[in-house]
Design a protein around this ligand. Structure first.
Ligand SMILES: NC(=O)c1ccc[n+]([C@@H]2O[C@H](COP(=O)([O-])OP(=O)(O)OC[C@H]3O[C@@H](n4cnc5c(N)ncnc54)[C@H](O)[C@@H]3O)[C@@H](O)[C@H]2O)c1
Length: 436
């Protein structure tokens, strides 16, 4: 790295560790905080927060003379970049308070030299990147987001050996700075767009919170029947294929099938029977229903008269339609007055009566739905196609049919498997993942 220092603005949990760690590794750093007791303590080698390894990093930085500490924002005039780590607490209205962040940006706008890069490491609400760009009003300053995922108590270790580093920017100069800053961790570094980075940090923490609340709810529903919740959760975590893995973590259709719906209902009823307050379990089916309504609304927003749905099993390729979400979607669209045609080769392939189209009609369970002999027949005349849970054969047939109408690809399944040529033949494909 060259010799112009990097400023770290805000020396709380994130900033003090960021500044000390970078300086200990030989980067020239200026730590800037409003609170003189914090900068004074760090200048004397005292960690402002009790984090293992922090004083060691401060000592190394002191011996290398790489860390300067101040309360004076005018030092930004000497910095090629600033890492903004100020607090963004939650306000009474539930929104993150960004006043300190905006004040830090004002300092950057006022003092930073030309071609400065400003990297926001604080957790921010959706839309903050654009707001920050307008607030800075310095087109020469490259703006990036680089949310921090460290945990208090292991902050130094988390920061220096992260599982994932994410940055986002619309500015290539800022992108090059971030890549250089994390050059020794490049295999962990992912670039995304600013709106994704903003939401990612919030979703990440919601996920952690959900896991804690889930485990606690498990304890509350197991204790009344004398079951050890630690044993249950330990066995749950022992399955790293389905339980603690990426399985089931892809947005798409609501869940269905022979087991999930009934067993969620069962554990919710068990909780109620024992007078246990279990709002998480109690809201899972409600959330599932909300997603079905969202899909119905998405379809209706296109104002189609005829909708084709490809694949009605409870999961991709399944012939089993028990509690199947695509079938529920068929019914909801029929109830909304639409004409619905359905193709599903897996269901047509039934081995015991009813066979063929009768099997599909039976699966749909509503005489208003039109069972089609194949995908081409289903999509012919449709104003919109929904990719439900198709088998591989139907997915390929859908691409071959190349309908020139909107395709709602709920799980992005189809889009993921398309070649550029196939993608061009389908227009437009509306994927849940990119509706903005
Ligand atoms: N604490 C964590 O474990 C953690 C982990 C990941 C991300 N984050 C996020 O990182 C951000 C910082 O969190 P924290 O816990 O380190 O905050 P903190 O409250 O511990 O520290 C913030 C520091 O910024 C200083 N400050 C505020 N405005 C300033 C300004 N304009 N100029 C100079 N200094 C200023 C304050 O004096 C304070 O020392 C937050 O957005 C937080 O959500 C926190």
């Amino acid at each position: 790295m060259d010799q112009q220092p990097v400023a770290v603005i805000g020396l709380g949990y994130v900033g003090s560790v960021t500044a000390a760690s970078l300086a200990a590794r030989g980067h020239r750093v200026i730590g800037l905080d409003r609170r003189a007791p914090v900068t004074d303590a760090m200048a004397r080698g005292i960690a402002p927060i009790p984090e293992p390894g922090l004083e060691e990093r401060l000592a190394r930085a002191a011996s290398r003379q790489t860390l300067e500490l101040t309360t004076d924002p005018s030092v930004l005039a000497r910095c090629r970049a600033s890492l903004v780590c100020v607090g963004t607490p939650v306000g009474a209205d539930g929104q993150l308070v960004v006043d300190d962040l905006l004040a830090a940006l004002d300092d950057v706008a006022r003092f930073a030299p030309r071609d400065h890069v400003c990297v926001i490491r604080s957790t921010v609400p959706p839309g903050l990147y654009e707001r920050a760009r307008r607030r800075l009003a310095r087109p020469d300053v490259g703006l990036a987001l680089n949310p921090e995922f460290l945990r208090e108590g292991s902050a130094v270790a988390d920061l220096e050996k992260p599982e994932l580093i994410v940055f986002a920017t619309e500015d290539e100069h800022a992108a090059r700075f971030c890549e250089a800053l994390y050059a020794d961790q490049s295999e962990r570094l992912r670039r995304t767009d600013p709106p994704t980075a903003e939401v990612l940090k919030l979703v990440n923490n919601a996920w952690h919170a959900l896991k804690v609340a889930f485990a606690n709810e498990v304890a509350r529903v197991t204790l009344p029947v004398g079951v050890d919740p630690f044993a249950v959760m330990s066995l749950l975590c022992a399955d790293t294929k389905l339980n603690t893995s990426a399985a089931y973590l892809r947005p798409g259709m609501p869940f269905g099938g022979a087991c999930l719906v009934k067993d969620v209902a069962s554990i919710t009823t068990h909780a109620a029977k024992h007078a246990v307050d279990a709002p998480l379990f109690g809201s899972i089916l409600r959330s599932n229903d909300a997603h079905l309504r969202f899909l119905v609304d998405t379809v209706l927003a296109h104002r189609p008269k005829t909708v084709a749905i490809v694949g009605v099993g409870f999961k991709p390729g399944a012939a089993d339609v028990r509690d199947s979400a695509p079938v529920r979607l068929v019914h909801a669209l029929l109830d909304a007055g639409l004409h619905v045609t359905v193709a599903d080769s897996a269901v047509l392939d039934a081995r015991v009566p009813p066979l063929g189209l009768d099997a599909l009609r039976a699966a749909l369970g509503d005489p208003r739905a039109q069972a089609a002999p194949d995908v081409a027949h289903a999509v012919a005349g449709a104003d919109l196609v929904v990719v439900g849970h198709p088998c591989a054969e139907d997915r390929a047939a859908l691409v071959a049919a190349a309908p020139k109408v909107p395709v709602l690809d709920t799980a992005g399944e189809l889009s993921r498997k398309l070649s550029d040529e196939d993608r061009a033949s389908l227009a437009p494909v509306v994927v849940l993942a990119s509706r903005r």
